[in-house]
Write a protein that binds this ligand. Structure first.
Ligand code: IMP
Ligand code: MG
Length: 176
């Protein structure tokens, strides 16, 4: 079986769109300090690209949770694997995700973080698959691209831990 990866969103398109979203965030947070929370591992690449384009003062922290095993279908159970290093109380927090699918992960994380009393809490994602949403309470404040129900890789997203480093968003196609 050979694996082919079809480009869904090119590196240039991704980069242009992150420029736009960063400009909007810079405007919205003028005069404030922004605390970015990167959800490991998938949003590492997007967080870095976004952060480089921000002109407001930025601090960063990282957390990790698991909801997927090695397959491509959500198990629906979210587990906190690595918590934040710093408290978020009183801070303007922007949670950064690679892709929102059912919304399971974000529903869990938003509740967890809200309980820690940040001044503000917003959500930014590279990709959103709205047709897959189960948790409709998850509201996305900044979204680079909405896509249909496809399993994608690249820009931090993986399939069995592979393809995270691809600089574009791709769809895995296998021909047997
Ligand atoms: P949710 O909890 O169902 O919203 O799934 C969110 C997480 O599942 C994301 O942070 C990704 O790690 C993973 N995920 C969902 N869809 C995809 C995909 O198309 N490719 C790679 N990972 C995905
Ligand atoms: Mg993820």
């Amino acid at each position: 079986m050979s694996v082919k990866i079809r480009t869904l969103i090119s590196e240039e398109e991704v980069s242009r769109r992150i420029d736009e979203i960063a400009a909007k965030i810079n405007q919205d947070y003028q005069g404030k300090e922004l605390h970015l929370i990167c959800i490991l591992k998938g949003s590492v690449f997007f967080t870095a690209e976004l952060a480089k384009r921000l002109t407001v003062p930025v601090t960063m922290d990282f957390m990790s949770c698991s909801s997927y095993g090695s397959g491509t279908v959500s198990k629906g159970i979210v587990k906190l694997v690595k918590d934040l290093d710093e408290p978020v109380e009183g801070r303007d927090v922007l949670l950064i995700e690679d892709i929102i699918d059912s919304g399971n992960t974000l529903a869990y994380l938003m509740e967890l973080l809200k309980g820690r009393k940040p001044a503000t809490l917003k959500l930014c994602t590279l990709l959103d698959k709205p047709s897959r949403r189960v948790h409709h309470e998850v509201k996305v404040d900044y979204c680079c691209f909405e896509i249909e129900d496809l399993f994608v890789v690249g820009c931090g997203m993986d399939m069995d831990q592979k393809y995270r480093n691809l600089p574009f968003v791709g769809v895995v196609e296998s021909d047997e």
